[in-house]
Design a protein around this ligand. Structure first.
Ligand code: NAD
Ligand code: MG
Length: 392
């Protein structure tokens, strides 16, 4: 029996995780649930899953959560704020942590889970982009396993040999990350001037939170995933390639020196990756319908348009630049996407904001969490100034 803490329980990945877990009450017990501010949604989940601990990230919501749980007759510990999230991620109630908070807000709890030796199921890609080397160090310290939930990395994980010293000794030539191309595939900058948040969030294949949906529309999501792959698999940037595959059936591929290319296929439904990571090294049913290849009928591939979707190029650039560039990239992107979703910044100005912020990146890599948070804050300040200029 695995005991599981779900951080970001009220989001898209949180819901898929709880759906899979509920199918296997004999294997999975939910022992902690954490959310940002959605008190009512969290109480509903607590009523259903009866965790030992409920955490609301915004301390201003703690009183409401307490009284709501009391009214519902739920007896569980309640915590809030950053310490509450860290407790949910590292306390003795769980051996497995699903890190599904969106953005930098998930970094401290993700690191805490790794340091505590939990099995870490990582959806929160921003954490590894901001602080890849720190997360690796925390995992070494804690001695637990990291299992990627991001569908591409989950696919790569499945296509790599279980025991490997490094990619070269495993005979890996390249990691091929597939990208759907997002809702604006095929369009040019001239078509994207007046894109609304609603259009950007209307992804053709996946239903996701709003931030990652915008990232998919700019292709920054793939950029973040290139950086994620670099840190997860210790893969040099020149061994990582992006292939646009509009059907989102092949979730990624690994190419070997003998010419073999292994791929993982499935319907675009995150429950496959989540079920794999929850049950690893076993397999369990996920609720995902069987893949009907005859209905899919064809699989297409094209190259990414880096001129139109500059964010992907900026991410490769940040990874090549090293130092604190990927931390800056992530912070600037989070600020720009938030401004776009609030109607304060145009779609095309997202890339512009990030590029200008990257000019302030430093050559020294952040050595600890405080240095990462410092670089993150500085980049956000720069981004806000740039956003004000670009939107004015
Ligand atoms: P979402 O917006 O649907 O959910 C985000 C969750 O994080 C919510 O539960 C919210 O309460 C919580 N949260 C937000 N801000 C917080 C804060 N400041 N403190 C604590 N909790 C906070 O997002 P999502 O689509 O589920 O994505 C979550 C993460 O998973 C992201 O990093 C995303 O990139 C990654 N991911 C998502 C998908 C997907 O299909 N949705 C696929 C791959 C990776
Ligand atoms: Mg992905």
């Amino acid at each position: 029996m695995r005991s599981i803490a779900v951080l970001g329980a009220t989001g898209s990945i949180g819901a898929s995780t709880l759906d899979v877990a509920a199918r296997h009450p004999d294997r999975f017990r939910i022992t902690a649930l954490a959310a940002h501010r959605s008190v009512d949604a969290l109480i509903t989940l607590c009523t259903r899953f009866r965790p030992a601990l409920a955490v609301i990230a915004d301390p201003a919501c703690e009183a409401d959560l307490r009284s709501g749980l009391k009214t519902a007759g739920i007896d569980c510990r309640v915590a809030s704020g950053p310490d509450g999230l860290v407790e949910a991620a590292s306390g003795s109630h769980c051996d497995t942590v699903v890190a599904a908070i969106v953005g930098a807000a998930g970094l401290a709890s993700t690191l805490a889970a790794a340091r505590a030796g939990k099995r870490l199921l990582l959806a929160n890609k921003e954490a590894i982009v901001m602080a890849g080397p720190l997360l690796a160090a925390a995992l070494r310290e804690g001695g637990g396993d990291l299992l990627p939930i991001d569908s591409e990395h989950n696919a790569v994980f499945q296509c790599l040999p279980a025991k490997r010293a490094d990619l070269s000794t495993a005979g890996v030539r390249r990691i091929l990350l597939t990208a759907s191309g997002g809702p604006f595939r095929g369009l040019k900058a001239a078509d994207l001037g007046d894109v609304t948040p609603e259009r950007a969030c209307a992804h053709p294949n996946w239903r996701m939170g709003r931030k990652i949906s915008v990232d998919s529309a700019t292709l920054m999501n793939k950029g973040l995933e290139v950086i994620e792959a670099h840190y997860l698999f210790d893969a040099p940037v020149e061994r990582i390639e992006v292939v646009v595959h509009p059907q989102s059936i092949i979730h990624s591929l690994v190419e070997y020196v003998d010419g073999s290319v292994l791929a993982q296929l499935g319907n675009p439904d995150m429950r496959t990756a989540i079920a794999y990571a929850l049950a690893w090294p076993e397999r369990v049913e996920s609720g995902v319908p069987v893949l009907d290849l005859l209905k899919v009928a064809r699989l297409d591939f094209e190259s990414a348009d880096l001129l139109t979707f500059r964010c992907l190029d900026l991410a490769f650039g940040a990874l090549n630049a090293g130092g604190n560039a990927t931390t800056v990239l992530n912070a600037a992107n989070e600020e720009a996407v938030a401004a776009f979703l609030e109607g304060r910044l145009s779609f095309l100005a997202i890339a512009e904001t990030i590029e200008r912020c990257l000019a302030h990146a430093e050559a020294t890599a952040p050595a600890n969490l405080a240095a990462v948070l410092d670089a993150d804050l500085t980049a956000r300040t720069h981004a806000q100034r740039i956003i004000a200029t670009l939107s004015g």
